[in-house]
Design a protein around this ligand. Structure first.
Ligand code: HSE
Length: 433
C-alpha cells in the first residue's frame, strides 16, 4: 500500500518532536497501521531548525503544505490563532485531515473548525491540545462514553505546576523557575498564558465540551493565575493539611455548568495533590465508573509528540479503512450539543481559605465572624498567627461552601473594617470528594 504523506506546519518543540518520533518509531507505526507514514513536506516561516530534513520538501510559505496535493494529513503546530486558523480551514477546504496541538485555536474557534470539518467529511484530531501526553481526549470521547460525567478537575498546565512545585519544595523564586520552564520548552510563546491561567482555561474549555456535550465557550471561563500566590499562603495551607494547586474545574450543576481556573486548596492526601513538576493530572467523576484519574507529562517535545503521532495513527487507520473516523469531534453527535448555560463565577458555590491582616485588638475577630455570619457563611476552622511586622496578626479562616456572590459581599465589608489592614486574600477550596 502506498505510504501516507504527512505535512507538518511549524517545526518548534512539538513539530520537531513529532518529526523525530515518526522517524524513530517508523517500523512500529507501520506495524500498528499497516501503512508507512512519511513526512513529505514541512512549512517553516523562519530560519531552518537544527533537524535532519533530507528528502522532505521544505517551504517557507506554510500554505504550500496545505495546498500540496500529495499531502494526506496536515499537522498544525505553529500555535497562535490567526494564521493557524487560516491554515486549518484551508487544509479542511482542501479535503485534508488535520492534527493539531493548538488548544487556543480550538477553544476560541473550534465550533467553526469542527463544523467545517464535518461539512467536508474530514477529521480534526487534537489529543495533544490538552495535558500533553496524557490521552484524556480519547478517555472522555471514547473510554468514558457510557457515563454521565458529573465533574472533572485537572492540573492542566505543566509550566504552572512546575513553578508551584519548585517554589514549594526548593524555595526557588518564581521568575527563576519560569525561565527554566521556558528553556525546557514547556512554556507558551507568551508565558503569561501559563501563569495567568489562560492556557489552562483553553484546555478546560475543550474538556468541558467533551464531558458535557456543550459548544466551546472559552469567553465564559473564569480565569485566575498563580502570580499572586505567596509562600505564606502555601505554608499556612500545608499546616492545615492542604496543598495549593492551579486547577481547572468543570462541574455540572442543576443551574448550569461551572467553568473555572484558579489556585485551589485541596486536601494533601488526595492523589492529585501529589502531582508535581511538569506532570498533569485530570480527575473525572462519572456516574457508572466513579472517580478515575489520568496522569502523565503535560508538556515537552516527547510527550506532546506522543499525542500528535497517536492522532496521526488514528487518521491513517481511518484512511486505510476508507472511512472518516466515526467518533464525533466533541464526543456527542453535532445535532445533540446542548445549550446548558455556563454559570457566572458569582453563582459558583465553593469553600474558601481567607487570610486577613487584623490589628491585634479586642473585638476584631468578633467583627469578622459577625460579618461572615450575616452573609450565611459558616466557619470550618480559624487560626491566628503571631505578628510578623508589629501590630497586625494573620487570621486564617476556612469556610464551609457558600455562593461566591455572598463571599464577595462579605470580603468587601471585611476590607472596609478599620482594624483590617490591606486586602483579604481569598483562595477557593475543593474537597474533590
Ligand atoms: N505551556 C503548556 C504547559 C504546554 O505548560 O502545559 C502544553 O500544553
Amino acid at each position: 500500500m502506498k505510504p501516507v504523506n504527512v505535512g507538518i506546519v511549524g517545526l518548534g518543540t512539538v513539530g520537531g518532536g513529532a518529526l523525530n518520533l515518526l522517524r524513530n518509531n517508523a517500523a512500529e507505526l507501520s506495524r500498528r497501521t499497516g501503512r508507512d507514514i512519511r513526512v513529505s513536506h514541512v512549512g517553516i516561516r523562519r530560519a531552518k531548525p537544527d533537524l535532519e530534513l533530507t528528502g522532505i520538501t521544505v517551504s517557507n510559505d506554510i500554505f504550500a503544505v496545505v495546498n500540496d496535493p500529495a499531502v494526506d494529513i496536515v499537522v498544525e503546530v505553529i500555535g497562535g490563532t490567526t494564521t493557524a486558523r487560516e491554515v486549518v480551514l484551508k487544509a479542511i477546504a482542501n479535503g485534508k485531515h488535520v492534527v493539531t496541538a493548538n488548544k487556543a485555536l480550538l477553544a476560541e474557534f473550534g465550533n467553526e473548525i469542527f463544523a467545517a470539518a464535518e461539512d467536508k467529511g474530514v477529521y480534526v484530531a487534537f489529543e495533544a491540545a490538552v495535558a500533553g501526553g496524557v490521552p484524556i481526549i480519547k478517555v472522555l470521547r471514547e473510554g468514558l462514553a457510557a457515563n454521565r460525567i458529573d465533574w472533572l478537575a485537572g492540573i492542566i498546565n505543566g509550566t504552572g505546576n512546575f513553578i508551584l512545585t519548585e517554589m514549594r519544595d526548593k524555595g526557588r523564586a518564581f521568575a527563576d523557575v519560569l525561565a527554566e520552564a521556558q528553556a525546557l520548552g514547556y512554556a507558551e510563546a507568551d508565558p503569561t498564558f501559563d501563569v495567568e491561567g489562560i492556557d489552562a482555561a483553553h484546555k478546560l474549555t475543550i474538556l468541558a465540551s467533551l464531558a458535557f456535550g456543550i459548544p466551546l465557550q472559552f469567553a465564559k471561563a473564569y480565569t485566575e493565575g498563580i502570580t499572586q500566590l505567596t509562600r505564606e499562603d502555601v505554608s499556612y495551607a500545608e499546616e492545615l493539611g492542604f496543598r495549593i494547586k492551579h486547577l481547572g474545574i468543570a462541574r455540572r450543576t442543576d443551574s448550569g455548568i461551572e467553568l473555572r481556573v484558579h489556585p485551589t486548596l485541596i486536601p494533601a492526601d488526595r492523589l492529585i495533590a501529589n502531582v508535581n513538576g511538569v506532570k498533569n493530572a485530570v480527575l473525572v467523576q462519572s456516574d457508572a465508573v466513579g472517580p478515575t484519574l489520568y496522569y502523565g507529562a503535560g508538556a515537552g517535545a516527547g510527550p506532546t509528540a506522543s499525542a500528535v503521532v497517536a492522532d496521526i495513527v488514528d487518521v491513517v487507520r481511518a484512511l486505510t479503512a476508507e472511512s472518516a473516523p466515526s467518533v464525533p469531534h466533541l464526543a456527542f453527535m453535532p445535532h445533540a450539543i446542548a445549550d446548558t448555560p455556563i454559570l457566572a463565577m458569582e453563582s459558583v458555590v465553593t469553600s474558601y481559605y481567607l487570610r486577613l491582616q487584623a490589628l491585634d485588638k479586642p473585638g476584631v475577630l468578633a467583627d469578622v465572624t459577625r460579618i461572615l455570619s450575616s452573609h450565611g457563611i459558616s466557619i470550618e476552622a480559624i487560626v491566628q498567627k503571631p505578628s510578623q511586622d508589629g501590630d497586625a496578626v494573620s487570621v486564617i479562616l476556612l469556610t464551609k461552601p457558600v455562593v461566591e456572590r455572598e463571599m464577595n459581599r462579605a470580603i468587601a465589608e471585611l476590607e472596609a473594617l478599620s482594624d483590617i489592614a490591606g486586602p483579604v486574600t481569598r483562595i477557593r477550596m475543593e474537597s474533590l470528594a
